[in-house]
Design a protein around this ligand. Structure first.
Ligand code: FAD
Length: 323
């Protein structure tokens, strides 16, 4: 019996959320007294692979074949389920990232396992029943779920578990999965890189802006602030509806729910539908010229002022601080 953790990478570098997932899996492994095996799919450099031992995994299984060079939801889910069976994993952990969200239910169905997507806590064990906390209703509520049965798939919310170094000596084992034509029925024709340099669901800092920015021509300063802070950019729904920003940046009830350490809201009123997707942020900073803007009620820090005065000053201040 074991705990299997799938570790995601981008262009051969493991994501921070993948390291969080390994640490989480290690903590689960300690609870149930089972070894932790990690699984990487695609091409990753040897030095990067060896990093995983630092976070407590005993074995790293690598799958690297031409058909799996690019992420394919069905195929990757099949490989993860197949490897889970081969290492008799009772628990599969992965990040609740864009790709993790799509794969977790597939893996759970293939393994006939319980599913906790969006988990934010370590499980509590009571015999075979596990309880775990997860976000619900676009982060508006925290649900405590009971996972029954002997197997479970846990998709961990990014930024909800700190990666912790627990060095072990890791063995690296290549694995050749048996893919079916159905697994490879999706064909990737082209990959268009997102303008967002930092992945929004996993970002530690998000700089988000709303209709107060007046128009798309004013987004340079939002992007500049994000660049200086190493943050992802986001926006309110009307902004993406108007085509000022891509839909992938829309956060809230009908968009992405984000959980950064710092969320900076510029010219966003703080409607309940927007707050639904951002209220789990650890620290919220609001910049709005209206002191009565509802967003200030949930802000940790508020700046009442015109974004066109405040944001350039913040950019200069952060640049000076960094130098
Ligand atoms: P506004 O409400 O127009 O607010 C603009 C703010 O900018 C104001 O507070 C104003 O004081 C401030 N401002 C103006 N000029 C400046 C300046 N120069 N400097 C500083 N501040 C300035 N919205 C979402 O965001 N996400 C969702 O997922 C979402 N889902 C929805 C689902 C449903 C079913 C419905 C009905 C609505 C949903 N909405 C959602 C829309 C939501 O109700 C609000 O209309 C929206 O969030 C408002 O966007 P905003 O704050 O950018 O714009």
């Amino acid at each position: 019996m074991s705990v299997l953790v799938y570790i995601e990478h981008v262009d051969g570098a493991f994501k921070k959320s993948a390291l969080e997932a390994v640490s989480f899996a290690k903590a689960v492994g300690t609870l149930v007294n089972q070894p932790v095996y990690a699984l990487s799919i695609g091409e990753v450099a040897q030095s990067e692979l060896e990093k995983i031992g630092k976070y407590g995994a005993e074995k790293l299984i690598t799958v690297n074949q031409a058909e799996l060079k690019q992420f394919l939801n069905q195929a990757y889910a099949s490989v993860i389920a197949e490897v889970a069976k081969s290492v008799e994993a009772e628990t599969v952990v992965l990040s609740n990232s864009f790709s993790g969200k799509g794969m977790a239910p597939r893996i759970a169905a293939k393994l006939d396992a319980a599913l906790a997507d969006g988990a934010i806590s370590l499980p509590r064990l009571s015999g075979t029943a596990w309880t775990i906390q997860k976000t619900a209703f676009s982060n508006k509520a925290i649900a405590t779920e009971e996972l029954t049965g002997s197997k479970r798939v846990i998709a961990l919310t990014p930024n909800s578990f700190e990666p912790k170094e627990e060095p072990t000596s890791i063995t690296i084992e290549p694995y050749q999965p048996s893919l079916s034509p159905d697994d490879l029925s999706t064909v990737i024709k082209d990959i268009v890189r997102a303008t967002n340099q930092v992945s929004l669901p996993e970002a530690e800092i998000v700089v988000s802006a709303g209709r107060g920015m007046k128009g798309p021509e004013n987004w340079a300063m939002v992007e500049e602030l994000a660049r200086v802070l190493g943050a992802a950019t986001a926006c309110s729904k009307p902004v993406s509806d108007a085509g000022w920003r891509p839909h992938a940046e829309h956060v809230g009830q009908t968009g992405l729910a984000v959980t950064p350490k710092l969320y900076i809201a510029i010219g966003i009123s703080g409607a309940i539908q927007h707050l639904a997707g951002v209220s789990s942020s650890k620290t919220i900073v609001v910049i709005n010229k209206d002191p009565e803007a509802p967003f200030f009620k949930v802000a940790d820090y508020g700046i009442v002022g015109d974004a066109f005065d405040v944001v350039p000053q913040l950019i200069e201040a952060f640049k000076t601080y960094k130098n």
